[in-house]
Ligand binder design. Structure first.
Ligand SMILES: Nc1ncnc2c1ncn2[C@@H]1O[C@H](COP(=O)(O)OP(=O)(O)OP(=O)(O)O)[C@@H](O)[C@H]1O
Length: 631
């Protein structure tokens, strides 16, 4: 609006300027007319012309007057217009003021409206929130409504069930009322009984009071007895402790006695002899008169003596140990375990079983096949050796072990671990030509070598068990009248042990020889013919050579005929050297074998008396060829 007013004002100013310019020009024109009149006067000559000019000038003036009039009118109209404009301007200004006022009012109104708007926005938010709340309330109420409806349905069905129950209860109430009547009758009866019982209880309570009094008196006497008992118990405990002490000392004493006994024997250099009498077999005579053995019970001979009765004559023998029929394989091994152990300590150990055929040599050395509980001395020794090998590892001991197994059959050495033995030797024997020739040699240290014999490195008892099985299958075994499975050869198992202790730099070299000799037998009794006869003769010859050697040793003769048989030559270091030697003399309890038993016991007695020198521990360095050595 103000802008319009300003432009109007400018327009008016411009028009006024134009008017004043027109006025000025009119003034000038009048002056010019005056000039012309003056010149009219002065210029009379040119009057005619001038008159014309005047006429024209008059004409012009009249036109100018007209123009002036028009201008005057125009100016008047302009002035009117100007006044009108002034009026309009003032009215515009009034309008402007009014508008300003209105604007201020409007601004106030806007501020007010803004406040109202803010208020209404917040109230709108509030309303939205309320709406949301209401919506969620409605939602939950709907859920509740549904729940209520479900409950109602449930209640309805329950009401129906309850109604049904109610009906049943009504029925049972009727029944119960009948029962109640009968129960009331019973209750009355019980009341009567109760009063009776109450009377009884009273009587019992009186008795109880009397008993309690008695109990108090008894308590006092029990306390006294208990005190006395505790005193006695302490005394018994003390006695028990002393008894245990004494028993321990006794066991220790027994152990010491055994140790000293062993030491004495070792110092004496004797071959130790254990006698084992096997139980009667199922097919042997069990008659009482057949009992040919008895065992002395005197302190001196207990466990060491055996008496044999033949034709009313008693023959007494004493050995290092006598095992009667029911002694188990385990108990036997307990007695030899220390000896086996000493092979690991660097000793030469030799254990051999001697006895007539069927007396239990193979059972003692190998055990009963397929009966682990009855395994013999050889498998048990190997288990112990490998266990000890393991347990000595933490102390720095490392052992290498080698096994070889041979048999002496008909004075011929046969390698039981040779892989091609069966075909090779069998063919030769069938052809009547000798098999592979193995030669026995002893060196200055008493070590024995058998040339070309198979030696196997072993690392576990299992490996050895496998080899033993292999050897058992290769062994010469046959059926005789005396034994279903008779060993027809001498079996020699050798375990060579080389031990070194890295922390102490100690070295030991031990040998364990375990020998199952072929059984002695009388030709008349065995009834052998053909090959069996030849075998029996060879067996008896080598055993008789063994007997000759023992005789010579016992008599301390200068010449001992070790070379008379392969067996005695092989056993030379065990019988005449520095080894720890133990002989089992196996005896059959069968009365029909009494003659052979007597021979065996006599032979064993002589063996027991043989001195073979002090056992020597081999602790020197490893021999150049440590393989293939015996005793
Ligand atoms: N202590 C024992 N307990 C139970 N049975 C035994 C005992 N000793 C031996 N036998 C049994 O007696 C029989 C003969 O034993 P074994 O074969 O060991 O005798 P052997 O002396 O080796 O005979 P051979 O010299 O003929 O080979 C076997 O059936 C064996 O099982």
């Amino acid at each position: 609006m103000r802008k319009n007013c300003t432009s109007l004002q400018e327009k008016l100013i411009k028009e006024e300027a134009e008017k004043s310019a027109a006025v000025e020009s009119l003034v000038k024109e009048r002056e010019a007319r005056l000039d012309i009149e003056r010149s009219h006067t002065t210029l009379s000559e040119d009057l005619g012309r001038t008159e014309r000019e005047i006429q024209s000038a008059n004409q012009k003036i009249s036109s100018l007057n007209e123009m002036y009039k028009r201008l005057q009118e125009y100016i008047t109209s302009l002035q009117q217009y100007n006044g009108k404009l002034h009026t309009e301007l003032s009215s515009v200004e009034d309008e402007l003021k009014r508008v300003e006022k209105e604007k201020a009012t409007a601004a106030e109104n806007i501020a007010m409206l803004r406040g109202q708007l803010t208020l209404s926005i917040s109230s709108q938010e509030e309303a939205t929130k309320q709406k949301d709340d209401l919506a969620s309330e409605v939602y939950s109420m709907r859920g509740e409504l549904k729940q209520v409806r479900d409950d109602r349905d449930c209640q309805l069905s329950r009401a129906q069930t309850l109604n049904a129950d109610l009906m049943k209860l009504k029925e049972s109430r009727e029944n119960s009322s009948i029962e109640l009547d009968s129960l009331t009758l019973k209750a009355n009866e019980l009341k009567e009984k109760t009063s009776l019982k109450e009377n009884q209880i009273k009587a019992l309570q009186e008795k109880l009071a009397a008993a309690e009094k008695k109990l108090q008196v008894t308590d006092i006497s029990v306390f006294e007895t208990r005190t006395e008992f505790e005193g006695q118990k302490k005394f018994v405990d003390e006695l028990q402790r002393r008894l245990e002490d004494t028993e321990f000392k006794l066991i220790e004493g027994e152990r010491l006695r055994k140790k000293l006994h062993n030491t004495i024997l070792e110092l004496k250099g004797n071959i130790r002899v254990f006698c084992r009498v096997r139980p009667l077999l199922s097919d042997e005579s069990r008659s009482t008169e057949g009992k040919i053995f008895s065992y002395p019970t005197s302190m001196e001979a207990s466990g060491r003596g055996i008496d044999l009765s033949q034709n009313g004559q008693k023959h007494s023998f004493t050995f290092d140990k006598v095992f009667i029929q029911d002694v188990s394989q385990e108990e036997i091994f307990v007695e030899v375990s220390q000896l086996v152990q000493s092979a690991l300590d660097g000793y030469k150990v030799c254990i051999f079983a001697y006895g007539q055929t069927g007396s239990g040599k193979t059972y003692t050395m190998m055990g009963k096949p397929g009966h682990p509980d009855e395994k013999g001395l050889i498998p048990r020794s190997l288990e112990q050796i490998f266990q000890t090998k393991q347990s000595q590892q933490p102390q720095g001991w490392k052992y290498e072990m080698q096994v070889s197994m041979l048999e002496i059959y008909n004075e011929t050495i046969r390698d039981l671990l040779s892989t091609n033995r069966s075909s090779y030797d069998a063919t030769r024997l069938e052809n009547g030509t000798p098999g592979k020739q193995y030669t026995i040699k002893h060196d200055a240290n008493g070590n024995t070598q058998v040339s070309d014999l198979t030696v196997v490195d072993v690392h576990s008892a299992k490996e050895v068990a496998f080899l033993l099985n292999q050897a058992a299958n290769s062994r010469s075994v046959g059926k005789t009248q005396m034994n279903e499975q008779s060993s027809r050869s001498h079996f020699v198992f050798t375990l060579r042990i080389y031990g070194v202790n890295e922390s102490t730099d100690q070295q030991v070299q031990g040998v364990l020889n375990l020998i199952d000799l072929a059984g002695s037998e009388r030709l008349s009794k065995s009834g052998s013919t053909g090959d069996r006869l030849k075998e029996t003769q060879a067996i008896n010859k080598s055993l008789s050579s063994l007997s000759d050697v023992i005789f010579a040793l016992a008599k301390k003769e200068d010449h001992v005929p070790f070379r008379n048989s392969k067996l005695t030559y092989l056993l030379q270091p065990c019988l005449g050297g520095d080894s720890k030697t133990l002989m089992f003399v196996n005896i059959s309890p069968d009365p029909s074998s009494v003659g052979e038993s007597l021979c065996s016991l006599r032979f064993a007695s002589r063996v027991n008396a043989c001195e073979i020198g002090t056992p020597r521990r081999q602790t020197n360095g490893r021999a150049t060829d440590s393989r293939l050595r015996y005793c």
